[in-house]
Design a protein around this ligand. Structure first.
Ligand SMILES: [Cu+2]
Length: 435
């Protein structure tokens, strides 16, 4: 197979960088020489982009749901998502869920004050992945050489390397009740940033139930001369959520409030409040553990069976809030959630406090969520050992991230056997204590 064939399907992105390239099309067999096909060839469907992954669920049975994902690989951000669409059933249309979603920065300030790394801004490449990375069931996806080696005459990349792993994972129990039990599956795409001594595993998971998981795992060799110095790994994400397309999206803040008041009649009551995020304008919010703070993106034009707008909830999985007070760039760590309109060229997490000063509406438009997922690394003996002045070892991976969970996207989940369960036994019996 020639390199020209290999690079077929590559597309240049707006910034001039080359996006990439996943499963390669199989070569089309040519008829034996001298033969003349009696009938014209059957028209072929247009070839899917090389960076497209389509996965139906369950992976080993008749389709119930599916994801279509376009991915990209670039220095700096590593693996990122260009677009993603979900299908609720075999006869449904694709519904867009994501536009561009990426790890926009990785801020690593050390407790001793220095260093204070912005690991995405250094343009580190992705690590080449192997069969050992992929495990027995993973598939290696190829992208252009991250160092720009090997060009065709037209300047397109001629050297492809495996940088991304595609896996189907069993995600354990999806639900369990008196009606039965069901396990779930997820399509995972992952790649690893080679950030000098450190490694950042960037993982996007597309679940059979329509949820999307975002994870960054920190691992690698502790920083030379600061081997035992505590520090933070702040994963800072930019997520262009496009619920049923980029337009007509609005952002709400969702908070649990309890008690309603300290009055004896109200003190056991609680409520959930949905309010336009920051009054419906670009701005920020903080995560409050007492309020279970979440963000919801809804489409104003599409409603589910109960008349509720379809949406996606950003569900935090936080260990804490990371606040830093160094240079001006660190202002972006003063809040956990930021929301802007989707504007060309606004990709730098450090600039988000500046982006929001426009104060434009984030209702019924194309919106971007900016969200921090901090992890606190206090080094342990398990990270490695000193022999004289030499440190040897590897910090076991520590994960941080969040989920995007569908809300009112399904009118009825295809994963519960409604048609064979006559009634819900759990609702019939009167519950005893502890029910
Ligand atoms: Cu660390």
């Amino acid at each position: 197979m020639s390199y020209q064939r290999l690079v077929l399907g590559l597309a240049a992105c707006a910034s001039g960088l080359v996006l990439w390239a996943g499963a390669l099309a199989q070569p089309v067999p040519l008829p034996p020489e001298g033969t003349n096909p009696a009938r014209p060839a059957t028209p072929r469907a247009p070839a899917a982009p090389a960076n497209e992954v389509v996965q139906t669920f369950p992976s080993n049975d008749a389709m119930q749901t599916a994801w279509k994902v376009h991915w990209g690989a670039r220095r700096g951000n590593g693996l990122y998502i260009e677009d993603a669409w979900f299908k609720r059933g075999p006869n449904d249309d694709w519904m867009q869920v994501l536009g561009d979603a990426r790890l926009a920065e990785a801020f690593v300030p050390y407790h001793s004050g220095t260093p204070r790394f912005w690991d995405v801004s250094y343009n580190f490449p992705l690590c080449v992945v192997s069969r050992e990375d992929a495990g027995p069931y993973g598939k290696l996806l190829y992208a252009p050489d991250q160092h720009g080696r090997g060009k065709n005459k037209d300047n397109s990349p001629a050297v492809l390397k495996p940088y991304v792993v595609q896996e189907i994972r069993d995600r354990g129990i999806a639900w369990k009740s008196a009606a039965g039990v069901r396990r779930g599956q997820t399509l995972v795409l992952w790649g690893t940033l080679e950030a000098a001594n450190y490694r950042y595993i960037i993982e996007f998971g597309f679940q059979d139930d329509g949820a999307v998981t975002f994870r960054v795992g920190s691992t690698g060799h502790n920083y030379g001369s600061r081997e035992w110095d505590g520090h933070m790994h702040n994963g800072l994400w930019r997520i262009d959520v496009n619920v049923d397309g980029p337009d007509h999206n609005s952002v709400l803040l969702m908070e649990h409030k309890e008690p309603l008041s300290l009055d004896s009649k109200e003190q056991t009551k609680a409520r959930t409040e949905h309010t336009p995020f920051n009054g419906g304008k670009e701005g920020w919010a903080d995560w409050d553990p007492n309020k279970f703070t979440m963000i919801r993106v809804i489409n104003e034009r599409r409603k589910g069976i109960r008349g509720e707008p379809v949406g996606y909830d950003l569900m935090p999985l936080r260990m804490g809030n990371s606040r830093h007070f160094g240079a001006k760039d660190e202002e972006c760590t003063q809040h956990d959630f930021w929301v802007t309109r989707n504007r060309m060229g606004e990709m730098d997490y450090r600039q988000v406090p500046k982006y929001v000063t426009r104060g434009e509406s984030i209702m019924d438009t194309d919106v971007v969520l900016w969200y921090s997922t901090p992890a606190h690394h206090e080094p342990r003996s398990e990270d490695g050992e000193m022999k004289g002045s030499q440190f040897t070892g590897c910090t076991p991976v520590m994960w941080a991230g969040f989920d995007l969970k569908p809300r009112n996207v399904f009118d009825r989940t295809p994963f519960f056997p409604y048609d064979t369960v006559k009634s819900a036994p759990g609702n019939i019996k009167k519950r005893g204590p502890g029910g």
